[in-house]
Design a protein around this ligand. Structure first.
Ligand SMILES: NC(=O)c1ccc[n+]([C@@H]2O[C@H](COP(=O)([O-])OP(=O)(O)OC[C@H]3O[C@@H](n4cnc5c(N)ncnc54)[C@H](O)[C@@H]3O)[C@@H](O)[C@H]2O)c1
Length: 389
C-alpha cells in the first residue's frame, strides 16, 4: 500500500477514503505526478509575475480583486485586454497592456521580465470571444480562442523551461464543450461527467475543448522527442468547465447563458425582459463568487491530488422559469416574457441540464456555497438592489 500524504488524513486523524485508480484508466485521468509527468518538483510557492488576459471582462474584474487580495503587493500582476482596463481593475494591476491575444508580438511583450522585474510563473487566460459572438464570426473566434490560446501556452512554456519548474496556467473552459444530441437525450442524461457528450455543436465549444487538450498535452508530454525529458515539465495546466456565471456587479454580453443574468438585471432596473429561450430550458449556473472561489481553489490544489487537467463544477441547475420565479420574488413588479430565438435556443438545448462535479469534490474539495434560493437571497438580491438603488 502506498504511503498517505497529509491531505488524505482528516482533521481528526481519520483516514479519508480515496477511490482506487482503475487499472485501465484514461491517461487524462491518471495522476499528473509522478506517473505521466516528467518529474515531481517539490511544491514551492510561486513568487513571479501573474499574467491575466481578458482582465477587463466580467470574470476578469472579480478575479483581479481576488488575486490582489490573496497576494497583496508581494507579486506583480499584469492585466492584458483588448480594451484599456477601467480604473478599478487597473488599480489592481502592476502593469496593464492593451492588446490582442492573437497578436504574437504583443503577447510576447507581456513575458518580457523587464516589464515588472520578474518572470511570469502564473497565467490566467480569460480572454475569449463568447459563444454567441463566436458563432457570428467563426474565423475571428478561431484566431482568438484557439490561435491566441495556443500562442499563450507556448509562451508560458518558455519561462517554465528556463526555470525548471512549470508555469501555472489556469483556463476557464465551459459547458459549451458538451453537445447533447437531442432534447430527449439531454433530459434523460441529467448531470453528465467530464467524458460524456463532448462533441460540441458550437465553434466556441470546439475551440475550448481543443485548448483543454492542448493544455493537457503541454502539461504532460510537451516536446516528447526532446532527449532531455526533464525539460518537459514546463506548464501546469488546469481548466474548469464553468456553467453560466451570474454576477450582481456586471451585465454580460455575447454569451448564450446570458438569459439568467439579463433577466435579473432588467428586473432590478424596472425594465421588461423578453427571454430568448423557452421557459423550460434548463442549464447549470453558478454565482460569480463561487466561480472565482472555484478557480482559485483549483489553482491552490496540490498537484499530486489532481487526477485530471479539466474539471466540471456545478452550482445549481434551474429552468428559465425557475430563475424567473426567483427574480419575481425579489422584484414582484418584474415583467418577464418568453420570445425564443431558435438559433440561441438550439445552442442552449445542446448544453447539458447539469454537470457531475464529483471529481472536483473528490480531488480538491469543491463545494459550492450558493444553491438557487441562496444565490438570490444572500448574494444577487442584496447586491443588485444596492447596485441600482
Ligand atoms: N461568463 C460566463 O458565464 C462564462 C462561462 C464559462 C466560461 N467562461 C469563460 O470565462 C472567460 C471570461 O469570460 P467573461 O464572462 O469574463 O467574458 P467577457 O466577455 O466579459 O470577457 C472577455 C474579455 O476578453 C477580452 N478579449 C476578447 N478578445 C480579446 C482579444 N483578442 N485579445 C485580448 N482580449 C480580448 C474582452 O475585451 C473582455 O474583456 C472566457 O474565457 C469565457 O469563455 C465564462
Amino acid at each position: 500500500m502506498r504511503g498517505l500524504n497529509r491531505d488524505e488524513i482528516g482533521a481528526t486523524g481519520s483516514i479519508l477514503r480515496v477511490p482506487p485508480m482503475p487499472a485501465t484508466a484514461d491517461p487524462k485521468h491518471l495522476p499528473m505526478n509522478p506517473t505521466n509527468s516528467p518529474k515531481s518538483p517539490a511544491a514551492q510557492p510561486r513568487t513571479g509575475a501573474i499574467l491575466v488576459t481578458g482582465a477587463d471582462g466580467e470574470l476578469g474584474h472579480a478575479l483581479l480583486c481576488a488575486l490582489r487580495e490573496q497576494h497583496g503587493e508581494s507579486r506583480p500582476i499584469i492585466g492584458f485586454d483588448l480594451r484599456p482596463l477601467d480604473a478599478v481593475s487597473a488599480g489592481q494591476c502592476t502593469r496593464t497592456i492593451a492588446g490582442d491575444v492573437s497578436d504574437g508580438a504583443v503577447l510576447a511583450s507581456a513575458f518580457d521580465p523587464s516589464l515588472t522585474g520578474r518572470a511570469i510563473d502564473e497565467v490566467w487566460h480569460l480572454a475569449a470571444l463568447l459563444s454567441s459572438r463566436s458563432e457570428q464570426d467563426p474565423a475571428l473566434a478561431f484566431k482568438v480562442n484557439l490561435g491566441g490560446s495556443a500562442q499563450l501556452l507556448e509562451l508560458a512554456a518558455q519561462p517554465g523551461m528556463r526555470r525548471g519548474t512549470p508555469t501555472l496556467f489556469m483556463f476557464p473552459s465551459t459547458i459549451a464543450v458538451y453537445g447533447m444530441p437531442s432534447l430527449e437525450v439531454k433530459r434523460a442524461a441529467g448531470a453528465i461527467s467530464e467524458d460524456q457528450f463532448t462533441q460540441s455543436t458550437t465553434v466556441y465549444g470546439v475551440h475550448k475543448r481543443a485548448v483543454e487538450e492542448l493544455g493537457r498535452y503541454t502539461s504532460t508530454s510537451y516536446r516528447m522527442l526532446d532527449a532531455d525529458r526533464a525539460a518537459a515539465d514546463v506548464v501546469d495546466f488546469r481548466a474548469i468547465r464553468f456553467p453560466g456565471i451570474i454576477s450582481a456587479d456586471t451585465v454580460p454580453s455575447g454569451g448564450t447563458s446570458d438569459f439568467g443574468p439579463e433577466m435579473l438585471h432588467a428586473a432590478a432596473q424596472g425594465k421588461p425582459y423578453a427571454c430568448f429561450v423557452r421557459a423550460d430550458s434548463r442549464i447549470p449556473f453558478m454565482t460569480m463568487p463561487d466561480a472565482v472561489r472555484a478557480i482559485m481553489e483549483l489553482a491552490a490544489a496540490s498537484r499530486e491530488r489532481l487526477t485530471s487537467t479539466t474539471y466540471n463544477v456545478s452550482g445549481f441547475a434551474p429552468s428559465a422559469a425557475e430563475i424567473a420565479t426567483q427574480v419575481t420574488t425579489l422584484f414582484p413588479a418584474a415583467r418577464i416574457s418568453y420570445s425564443p430565438n431558435p438559433l440561441r435556443q438550439a445552442i442552449v438545448d445542446s448544453w447539458p441540464e447539469d454537470c457531475d462535479d464529483s471529481a472536483a469534490r473528490r480531488d480538491w474539495g469543491w463545494i459550492p456555497e450558493h444553491d438557487l434560493a441562496g444565490a438570490f437571497r444572500d448574494y444577487l438580491g442584496p447586491a443588485v438592489r444596492a447596485r441600482y438603488a
